[in-house]
Design a protein around this ligand. Structure first.
Ligand code: C2E
Ligand code: MG
Ligand code: MG
Length: 759
């Protein structure tokens, strides 16, 4: 109210006027107990007595009684020393009185200062310009106001909050005499309240806005408040969850329950600065979600926790992403199997354990699929991928759940098998793997045959590191592969040398091609009845500069795995045709000779095979029927559709086709008639001992009758004795090939044999 009355110069005369008696004041200003407005504080009535008639009315001389003097002094003291600001103003707004506290509140040195200062600043006194009118209206209507808070400007412009209680003082006729009242500076309280409200608002906003659930646990009352969000996070409605702490703890996943309880206990005991724990919690539908609970205990003076509150955050997404990352880092994306890193880690652990318990031995099996590159090349990568997935399933079925199956990459898999007693046990596992792979795999409605070469290493207690063990398993696998496919080899330390050898062999073979170290040897094929030479089988040889003559058995598998077989095969074909043309050159006796060239499955999948053959024949002027191409059953089964297509094209060219090593492969008769073969080569394993009691004559008889019924001619391979020839003749086998007639020989010797043909 202080700014409403306009202080005038008259106010400065209040000191002499203080001598006025209450009676006089009452007579002049009306009842000093003028009706207070509703709720108006009583004390201000006193003001009428203490600050009598500081009005424009002339002072009246009154003689004071001693009692009145004492009272005056009392009131004066109260007025001067009150901590509240006390004022009295005229209806027009002049200050009739203001105490020092009021001046202080408004930033003035003295009440006199205040009156002067406010005269100037009153327009801007209230921060809200409409405030003055509002207060006046209140006082008008109610007779007075109490504890009305307004923001005002002090002398220096700073803002403060004041609480004002004002009443209107009227005479008996109801005429307004003055306003009087109290002022209290409530700035500090307002600020504190404001801060509190802001912080409460912030808290409410944060709780509402955040995704976190909140909990507040009264440790003494054993009751817990769970916020609606806390319940909603677990899929519960407000009324579904009670207020016992078990509502929370009983839902924690058994695997983490102990950890949560321990972590809570540790914080409550004061051992940890805060409680923080990540665990799974059961939701209403029975599933588990990962949550992060954080909390802080509130302690009494003795440090004992009596309350604990905190939040619950759903971290499922993050956990899943982390688990995914973790999984990806240690697993193969295609098969989901452990990768090399995880395998080595498990192997290292297994080695440590085996070092403690010598009775438990472990083995590593290094498995490499044979000719997988061929599958990939001929069927395409999606089918190759399917094959690898199927392989991974089959491998898993060969071991116990505690063993590890991993994929190192490409077509390489490894097994870590524990709990073995002897090396034989590991070999058993290798055999199980072979047999589990032996059933054809059905991928994209095709049957694909897969074999694997397996290297086996037993931990004989000498291995310290997983890497060493894996390296030796790899070496053993290489050895198995070199011996021919679908086999296994147990690692022996001599193999270290052998592995190096194989590696250098590959490099050497590449050089052999470049530096023309390959030769073709020719083995005669003989008409059995007449003993007449009808042709030759071309067999490749390698004149190794250091090792001498290397047998194809030692480098053809390697050449197939590395793909080198394609250029080698082309060279053999070209060389054989050239040689045949050369033999025929001068001599009539060579005109009806045939040359048989072996074709690798890898070559069969070459797109330009038919073209290459046709061009070779044309280049050397050889009639197509003089060339026989030999293929094994295995080569056909690996890619039956493509093979059938290619063979038909070759057949259309007029080239003859021989089925090599018949009886050793898959021998699926169902497949046989699909392919246009003219020649069936009886494998030498059936020919050997044909003249003895081996009992194989029945098999050979069956093969020959099969050949006849398919309108094929037959060649017996590996004929070594006269007895064998006699039986073969008897069984009606038209042709033979073997050491009995001649070993494979260089071209010059073959030429000599041709020369003898007429003799
Ligand atoms: P294959 O096509 O079955 O060739 C016959 C193999 O039997 C030859 O072995 C030959 O030397 C051997 N042989 C012939 N007569 C007898 C005998 O009376 N007794 C015994 N024990 N063996 C006999 P080689 O030359 O070591 O060739 C082995 C295999 O290597 C061949 O078997 C063939 O599959 C492959 N090969 C040889 N040259 C080539 C080639 O140029 N390209 C392809 N892709 N493979 C080839
Ligand atoms: Mg052959
Ligand atoms: Mg053969």
């Amino acid at each position: 109210m202080t700014s409403i009355p306009r202080p005038t110069g008259a106010q400065r005369r209040r000191t002499p006027n203080r001598a006025r008696s209450p009676e006089a004041a009452a007579g002049e200003g009306g009842s000093r107990r003028a009706k207070a407005g509703p709720g108006l504080v009583e004390p201000p009535a006193v003001l009428a007595d203490v600050l009598p008639g500081l009005t424009a009315a002339p002072p009246v001389e009154v003689s004071l009684t001693a009692r009145a003097v004492a009272a005056e002094a009392r009131y004066q003291s109260v007025f001067e020393n009150a901590t509240w600001g006390i004022f009295q103003t005229t209806a027009e707004g002049r200050y009739l009185a203001a105490n020092p506290a009021l001046a202080r509140i408004y930033g003035y040195d003295s009440p006199a200062d205040l009156e002067a200062g406010l005269a100037e600043a009153s327009e801007h006194f209230y921060v809200d310009p409409g405030r003055r009118r509002e207060i006046l209206e209140h006082v008008e209507r109610l007779g007075g106001v109490r504890d009305l808070e307004s923001e005002v400007r002090r002398r220096d412009g700073t803002r403060i909050w004041v609480s004002e209680s004002v009443r209107a003082v009227r005479d008996a006729a109801g005429q307004l005499l003055c306003y009087e009242g109290f002022v209290e500076d409530v700035t500090a309280r307002r600020f504190a309240e404001e801060r509190l409200r802001a912080s409460e608002e912030r808290y409410a906003l944060a709780a509402e806005g955040s995704n976190d659930g909140l909990w507040d646990w009264d440790l003494l009352g054993r009751r817990t408040y769970f916020s609606p969000r806390w319940k909603a996070m677990l899929g519960y409605a407000e009324e579904d969850v009670g207020d016992s702490p078990e509502e929370w703890l009983d839902r924690v996943h058994p695997d983490e329950h102990g950890q949560v309880v321990a972590s809570l206990a540790s914080h409550l005991a004061g051992d940890s600065a805060h409680f923080e724990c990540e665990f799974r919690i059961r939701t209403k539908d029975g599933a588990y979600r990962w949550v992060l609970a954080r909390g802080l205990a509130v302690r009494n003076a003795a440090g004992m926790a009596y309350r604990m509150a905190g939040s619950l955050t759903d971290v499922t997404e993050r956990r899943l992403a982390e688990e995914r990352l973790q999984f990806d880092a240690f697993h193969d994306a295609l098969t989901g199997l452990p990768n090399r890193a995880l395998f080595l880690d498990r192997l290292d652990r297994a080695l440590l354990q085996a070092a403690r318990d010598a009775s438990q031995r472990i083995a590593v099996l290094f498995i490499d699929l044979d000719r997988f590159k061929l599958v990939n090349d001929s069927f395409g990568h999606p089918i190759g991928d399917e094959l690898l997935q199927e392989t991974s399933h089959r491998l898993q079925s060969c071991v116990r759940p505690s063993d590890t199956v991993a994929r190192l990459g490409g077509d390489e898999f490894v097994l870590l098998v524990g709990g073995l007693k002897h090396a034989d046990d590991a070999i058993c596992v290798a055999e199980r793997v072979h047999s589990s792979l032996s059933d054809p795999m059905l991928v994209a409605e095709r049957e694909v045959h897969v074999t694997a070469s397996i290297g086996v290493v037993m931990n004989e207690g000498r291995y310290r590191s997983a890497v060493d063990l894996l390296r030796d398993a790899d070496i053993a696998m290489y050895q198995a592969k070199a011996r021919g496919r679908a086999g296994h080899a147990l690692f022996r330390s001599e193999l270290h040398g052998r592995a190096r050898e194989l590696l250098t062999l590959e490099g050497d073979l590449r050089r052999a091609l470049r530096e023309k170290q390959l030769r073709v040897y020719y083995q005669p094929i003989v008409e059995l009845a007449a003993g007449r030479l009808v042709g030759f089988e071309a067999l490749v040889r390698w004149m190794h500069p250091v090792r001498g003559l290397v047998s194809p058995a030692d480098f053809i598998p390697l050449a197939e795995d590395t793909g080198l077989i394609v250029p080698i095969g082309r060279w053999v074909l070209e060389e054989s045709l050239r040689q045949l043309a050369e033999w025929r050159g001068g001599r009539a006796e060579a005109c009806d000779l045939t040359v048989s060239v072996n074709l690798s499955p890898r070559q069969l999948s070459q797109a330009d095979l038919v073209e290459v053959v046709a061009q070779g024949l044309a280049r050397h002027g050889i009639e197509p029927e003089r060339l026989k191409l030999e293929l094994t059953e295995t080569a056909l089964m690996e890619n039956a559709d493509v093979a059938a297509e290619k063979l038909s094209a070759l057949r259309a060219l007029g080239v003859a086709l021989s089925l090599d090593d018949f009886g050793t492969g898959y021998s699926s008769l169902g497949h046989l008639h699909r392919f246009p073969f003219q020649v069936l080569k009886v494998d030498r394993s059936f020919v050997r001992g044909l003249d003895g009691a081996s009992g194989s004559s029945g098999i050979v008889r069956a093969i020959l009758s099969l050949a006849r019924s398919l309108e094929m001619t037959a060649v017996a391979e590996g004929v070594e004795t006269d007895g064998e020839v006699a039986v073969l003749r008897e069984l009606g086998c038209p042709y033979g090939q073997g050491y009995l007639f001649s070993r494979p020989v260089p071209a010059e010797q073959a030429a000599w044999l041709i020369g003898r043909r007429l003799a």
